[in-house]
Design a protein around this ligand. Structure first.
Ligand code: HEM
Length: 225
C-alpha cells in the first residue's frame, strides 16, 4: 500500500536519489573556476573570458576542432555500436552541420580554414575509443560537450563575436526550436538510460568529468593563444 504513494522510479531517479543528470551537472559545476560560473570551486589559472584577446586564427582552430569533435559524437550515436546510443540520435543539439556552414562563411570572407589541431584529433580518437570500450565514460563526454556549449560556450561565442567578428552571429550558436526544451529532452533520456546502470557505473561516468574538462579546455584555450 505504501508503494502506491511513491513516485515511479523513472520520475524519482533510480536508486532513490536525485535524477542522475543532476549529479552529472553538480560534478561539472564544481570543476568550473569561480570566475566562470557562480557554482565554480576551482581557482582560475587562465584569464577570465572577459579579458580574452581572441584572434580569428585561434577562433578558427577552435571551430575546426569543435566540428571534428561534434561530428565524431554524432557519427558514434548514428552508428550505435552500443544499442542505446541510438537514444541520442537527432536530439536537435547536433552541431556539425551548423559548424560546416560557419566555416563556409569564413571561407567566403577570405579566410583559410586550417586542418584540425593535435588537440582536436586527440579528443576525437579518445571519444571513438571510449565509445566502444567504456559507454558510461563516453556518455559523460556526450553530456558535457553538448551542455557546455549551450552554457559557457554560448557566452564565449558572444564575447568573441563582439571583439573580432563585428557581432556576426554564427550558426554554431543557433538551434532550431526551443533550446531549453531540447536540453530538457536530452536530460530525460540521460536519466532513463542511466536508470539501468549500477551505482559503480554511475560513479565511473561522473569520474570521467575531469577528463572532459581537460580535453574541452585544450580546445577552448586555442581561442586566445
Ligand atoms: C554550465 C560557464 C567551461 C560544462 C555553465 C554555466 C556557465 C558556464 C555560466 C551556467 C551555470 C548556471 O546554470 O548557473 C563556463 C565558462 C567556461 C566553461 C565561462 C570556460 C571558459 C566548461 C567546460 C565544460 C563545461 C570546459 C565541460 C566540458 C558545463 C556544464 C554545465 C555548464 C555541463 C551545465 C549546463 C546545464 O545544466 O544546462 N558553464 N563554462 N563548462 N558548464 Fe560551463
Amino acid at each position: 500500500a505504501a508503494a502506491a504513494t511513491e513516485m515511479a522510479p523513472a520520475a524519482r531517479g533510480e536508486g532513490g536519489g536525485k535524477p542522475f543528470v543532476d549529479e552529472m551537472r553538480a560534478v561539472a559545476m564544481r570543476l568550473h573556476t569561480k570566475d566562470q560560473a557562480r557554482e565554480g570551486e576551482k581557482e582560475p589559472q587562465a584569464p577570465p573570458v572577459a579579458r580574452w584577446e581572441p584572434t580569428v586564427e585561434g577562433y578558427l582552430r577552435f571551430l575546426v576542432d569543435s566540428k571534428l569533435v561534434f561530428q565524431t559524437l554524432e557519427d558514434i550515436v548514428d552508428r550505435a555500436a552500443v544499442p542505446w546510443y541510438a537514444e541520442f540520435r537527432n536530439t536537435g543539439l547536433e552541431r556539425s552541420e551548423p559548424l560546416k556552414k560557419d566555416l563556409e562563411w569564413f571561407t567566403e570572407q577570405g579566410h583559410t580554414i586550417p586542418e584540425p589541431t593535435a588537440a582536436g584529433t586527440a579528443y576525437a580518437s579518445y571519444l571513438e575509443e571510449l565509445s566502444e570500450k567504456d559507454p558510461q565514460a563516453f556518455i559523460c563526454h556526450f553530456y558535457n560537450v553538448y551542455f557546455a556549449h549551450t552554457a559557457g560556450g554560448r557566452m564565449i561565442g558572444k564575447k568573441v563575436a563582439e571583439k573580432i567578428l563585428d557581432k556576426k552571429e554564427l550558426e554554431f550558436y543557433k538551434w532550431e526550436g526551443t533550446l531549453s526544451q531540447l536540453l530538457q529532452n536530452v536530460r530525460i533520456t540521460l536519466n532513463q538510460v542511466a536508470s539501468s546502470w549500477s551505482r559503480e557505473e554511475k560513479d565511473h561516468c561522473l569520474e570521467e568529468t575531469e577528463k572532459s574538462f581537460a580535453y574541452s579546455g585544450d580546445l577552448l584555450r586555442q581561442i586566445f593563444t
